[in-house]
Design a binder for this molecule. Structure first.
Ligand code: PAD
Ligand code: ZN
Length: 374
């Protein structure tokens, strides 16, 4: 009876190497001290997972991808006190250890115990909890949510409201706090302002939600995939631009449209060219440019140095600058109280065994966010 203390055999997606993924039978060990084993209910497919699958981050393969997960705690390891079996939880790509410099600083949230930069692919003790056909399988971002069961450090898990609809709230583990938080918490978008959002995928759409909620009067959306435009307009984008169809560089068009440049620009793609375009779209004096997209490792951002003194701000932002365990449960509650509506971001929901179909929808640009259901 029961699975406590036992290895669980279940289905999981394994990326064997870059651009190669299949659903396999895996073994999931019980959680060690300070860890939590979770039965997954849903997982979003985020742009960061795509970077992992394409081998753009220095990660060890084979690995189980996914980080934007919602699930139910199955068992906990020794010393775990913040969650218990049966709790509804979200997994966190950026943990909150509450001990490191970033966690202790009032403005920091990029916890030292994260596994984003650099990536080890292991639990905190340097070992893995997954295996397949006798072979060790690595974790991704210490979360790994494309699996029926996962093991995550306690510091990368947070309990949420019992009433949370588990087929949707997975987005509040990553995409929603990242995008919405970049607008309302990091940029503090002001009423009546002009915003430009580069990239109208899941995270960019959450930025739009945040700009709209903050009272921005003009929101310019930029994407090379025009399939995203109707969804973006429904969220509050007032003008859509496809850089491929413009006769001049997109930042020049934004400058012409606004006269003075945008108050706030958000890059939510992860390319250095679009980061520069976002920077060059901002007002020289008071514009604020936020970089959310994850650029390829070792790529360099080259700015015209003489133009920096004019006063505009360049800011990187991770998970909306939220201290994750402290702030993310409140976003779930805000959703339950109709203060944020994340439903329009979820354009597709598919059973986990349709993973390849879900990835195809993502790669052909036909989704805002697709959620896998277990
Ligand atoms: P997504 O793939 O859903 O969206 C990316 C969008 O960008 C798509 O709509 C593309 O069509 C569009 N796009 C691609 N190339 C261009 C281009 N050259 N010009 C204009 N548009 C383009 O990904 P996402 O929204 O899930 O994630 C976006 C980025 O944000 C990605 O780099 C991801 O790694 C990063 C991210 N950062 C954090 C963080 O905390 N900083 C968290 C989560 C995701
Ligand atoms: Zn993510």
């Amino acid at each position: 009876m029961g699975t406590a203390g036992k290895t669980i055999t279940c289905q999981a997606a394994i990326a064997w190497e870059k651009n190669s993924i299949s659903i396999e039978e895996v073994q999931v060990e019980p959680p060690k001290a300070g860890e939590v084993r979770i039965k997954m209910v849903s997982s979003g497919i985020c742009g960061s997972d795509d970077h992992v699958l394409k081998g753009e981050l220095p990660m060890n393969f084979p690995l189980i991808p996914g980080h934007e997960g919602a699930g139910i705690v199955e068992t906990v390891g020794d010393g775990v006190s913040s969650v218990k079996p049966g709790d509804k939880v979200l997994t966190l790509i950026v943990p909150q250890c509450r001990e490191c410099d970033a966690c202790l600083h009032s403005k920091g949230n990029f916890c030292d115990k994260q596994d984003v930069l650099p990536c080890s692919g292991t639990m905190l003790d340097g070992t893995c909890r997954f295996s397949c056909k006798g072979q060790k399988v690595y974790h991704s971002f210490r979360t790994s949510t494309f699996t029926e069961y996962t093991v995550v450090p306690e510091i990368a898990v947070v309990k949420i409201d019992d009433a949370a609809p588990m087929d949707k709230v997975c987005l509040i583990g990553c995409g929603v706090p990242t995008g919405y938080g970049a607008a309302v918490n990091s940029a503090k978008v002001t009423p009546g302002s002009t915003c430009v959002v580069f990239g109208l995928g899941g995270v960019g759409s959450a930025v739009v939600l945040g700009c709209k909620a903050s009272g921005a009067s003009r929101i310019i959306g930029v994407d090379i995939n025009e399939k995203k435009f109707p969804w973006a307009r429904a969220l509050g984008v007032t003008d859509c631009l496809n850089p491929k169809k413009l006769k001049k560089p997109v930042h020049e068009v934004v400058m012409e449209m606004t006269g003075v440049g945008a108050d706030f620009a958000f890059e939510v793609i992860g390319h250095t060219e679009t980061m520069l375009a976002a920077w060059n779209s901002c007002n020289y004096s008071y514009g604020v440019c936020l970089i959310i997209g994850l650029a390829p490792l070792d790529s360099q951002l080259c700015l015209e140095a003489s133009k920096i003194v004019s006063g505009k701000t360049l800011k990187g932002v991770c998970l909306g600058d939220y201290k994750t365990r402290d702030c993310i449960p409140q976003l779930v509650t805000d959703y339950l109280q109709n203060k944020i509506n994340i439903d329009p971001l979820i354009t597709h929901q598919l059973p986990f065994d349709k993973l390849h179909k879900a990835l195809e929808l993502y790669h052909t640009g036909k989704t805002v966010r697709c959620v896998l259901l277990f």
